[in-house]
Ligand binder design. Structure first.
Ligand code: SAM
Length: 246
């Protein structure tokens, strides 16, 4: 079982999150467990406050050291990750690593963040979900839990579909089509209707490589392409150029 501990001042934020899709499946099948810890229940302040004004003056409040420390003491093991715009940006490689950790603590900041001594002494690593600023770490924590959970064996019906998703193998996913075969004069590519499994595999690989080439060429620098991949990509580029010249 993979356990996620969430340290937050808004425990109710996660109420509906737990009730849908793969998170619900993971919880029902006991593949994951989500332990929500309300920082306010661990404050020694008689008014239940966990934040205070920032030393040196200026706007904004800061979450104090003590409630975080006391909350962490209720957790037996595992690393503590602070969700922070100053952390290393999350990517699929990091999520695969996180999926192998059995006990993860996610500390959600609010206001100006947490007392720096929390980061220096209680946190193992800071994780950012991108170069922009949210009001709190709850959404980033939910993002981590959701994207780690779908990687866990037994959660998704078909783990192969997860392994074909964008980024899992360093490139983007191929296009997908469903019923009807024709809509608004657009048809499903013939290969997908051919029933020829080998051809379908090759078509999908070619389209995945092509989508990466067109949309995220930077990714191709970090993947090792086979000779067959090179050939498929060259075919894709030739076909693309031909379409552009039509
Ligand atoms: N003063 C902080 C700074 O500029 O680095 C930003 C604080 S932000 C308003 C409040 C909290 O939201 C943060 O402590 C963090 O937990 C969360 N947060 C905001 N943006 C984030 C991001 N890009 N990734 C992860 N967490 C984020």
């Amino acid at each position: 079982m993979n356990q996620f501990n969430i340290l937050t001042i808004y425990p109710d934020f996660f109420k509906s999150f737990n009730k849908h899709g793969l998170i619900k499946k993971g919880l029902d099948k006991e593949i994951i467990h989500i332990n929500i810890i309300d920082l306010r229940l661990h404050t020694q302040d008689k008014h239940n406050r966990v934040d205070f004004k920032t030393y040196g003056g200026g706007p904004g409040m800061v979450i104090q050291y003590q409630p975080v420390k006391d909350s962490l003491e209720t957790i037996k093991s595992g690393k503590c990750y602070f969700l922070s715009p100053q952390g290393k940006t999350l990517n699929q490689k990091k999520l695969i690593k996180l999926s192998k950790e059995k006990n993860i603590t996610l500390l959600c900041g609010r206001y100006e963040g947490v007392d720096q001594r929390v980061i220096d002494n209680l946190v193992d690593e800071e994780i950012s979900i991108g170069d922009y600023v949210l009001s709190g770490g709850e959404l980033p924590a939910a993002i981590i839990i959701e994207s780690v959970t779908r990687l866990l064996q037994g959660v998704a019906e078909d783990i192969d579909s997860i392994h074909n998703d964008s980024f899992y193998n360093g490139i983007l996913d191929h296009p997908h089509y469903t019923k009807p075969e024709i809509i608004d004069d657009m048809s499903v590519p013939d290969t997908l209707l051919s029933g020829n499994h080998r051809e379908i595999v090759l078509w999908r690989r070619k389209q995945a490589l092509g989508a990466t080439f067109v949309k995220r060429p930077d990714l191709l620098k970090n993947v090792k392409l086979t000779k067959e991949d090179d050939k498929l990509l060259q075919e894709f580029i030739t076909e693309l150029k031909a379409r552009e010249n039509e």
